[in-house]
Design a protein around this ligand. Structure first.
Ligand code: PDD
Length: 284
């Protein structure tokens, strides 16, 4: 089955789908995006994703190119045309095409792109053995709550992690606190079994997986607190894990080469991963 992309009103062969060279997303990273998981052919947690997309658009004063009802139809059509059962949908909206000038163009129309692909299955070894993270300075802007396509620091951070043989890089603010990973949210479990993740301030993206995991934690009655945690605290945590749409929940067993807990995925991380898989399965 050949892949199909939705680009600015048309369903096109993926291999030849393109936007204009003066699209502001291309020139200024002037756009926003969402990555939504597809489980059994259905978008997972579509409402919080669309709500976050709408919020990102409002924050950047980009007009939504269509209603959420219409966007839901396009998302389903792209998933269907690509025959995706388990994978992701990528939704991107840029401010549109205009002669290059930093200020907003008077007439540009926002451009919507929707693609879908089968997810690379999460490596079972990463689930069973956990993953390593490194820490790096957070060099991003001060509005990381907006899911903007401007991801250069995240790209550089992830590459550094890869070159260091780690799965992810946890970014660290000037106070020595972990903000988040380059494409994931960061969590620890303290020695007294309290789950900690940073509050959803403008230093992090309020992950949809983060929200789902917080719901699970509340429902299951675990202790949790949303507050900053330092690299030092993380290294002496009982457990650590990370979350995102693409990986779900993965245990973290090493930070900068320091083993977390006994160096194995923690009990609570494994339980929460099980609960998250149940949440995913319920979307079908
Ligand atoms: N990234 N933090 C950052 C910086 C992210 O880019 C992401 C997601 C998350 C987790 O958010 P969510 O649970 O809603 O996926 C946190 C997506 C998956 C990406 O850029 O591919």
């Amino acid at each position: 089955m050949s892949r199909v992309a939705y680009v600015d009103g048309q369903y096109l062969p993926h291999c030849s789908a393109a936007v204009h060279i003066e699209d502001r997303g291309y020139q200024f990273a002037d756009g926003v995006y969402e990555v939504i998981a597809v489980v059994g052919g259905c978008p997972l947690d579509e409402e919080p994703h669309l709500a976050r997309l709408a919020r990102s658009l409002v924050e950047l004063r980009i007009t939504a190119p269509m209603s959420n009802a219409a966007l839901r139809v396009v998302i389903r059509e792209v998933v269907r045309r690509n025959g995706v059962r388990d994978g992701i949908v990528y939704v991107q909206i840029t401010r549109g095409v205009a002669a290059r000038d930093h200020a907003f163009p008077a007439t540009a129309r926002p451009v919507l792109v929707v693609t879908s692909r089968r997810k690379r299955p999460v490596d079972p070894r990463a689930v069973d053995a956990g993953v390593a993270v490194i820490t790096i300075p957070d060099i991003r802007w001060q509005r990381c709550d907006i899911k903007s396509v401007a991801l250069l620091p995240n790209v550089l951070g992830k590459q550094r992690a890869k070159e260091d043989g780690a799965f992810e890089a946890w970014q660290v603010d000037r106070e020595g606190n972990v903000t988040e990973g380059t494409s994931t949210n960061a969590w620890i479990v303290t020695p007294n079994a309290t789950v900690v993740t940073r509050q959803a301030d403008s230093a992090i993206l309020d992950g949809v997986t983060r929200l789902a995991v917080l719901d699970i934690i509340r429902r299951e009655g675990y202790n949790f607190v949303e507050r900053p945690f330092s690299v030092v605290e993380a290294k002496s945590a009982r457990e650590a894990f990370l979350t995102s749409t693409v990986v779900g929940l993965l245990p973290v067993v090493k930070i900068d080469g320091v083993a977390i807990g006994n160096g194995q995925p923690g009990l609570l991380s494994r339980k929460l991963r099980e609960c998250y898989l149940t949440h995913e399965a319920a979307a079908k």
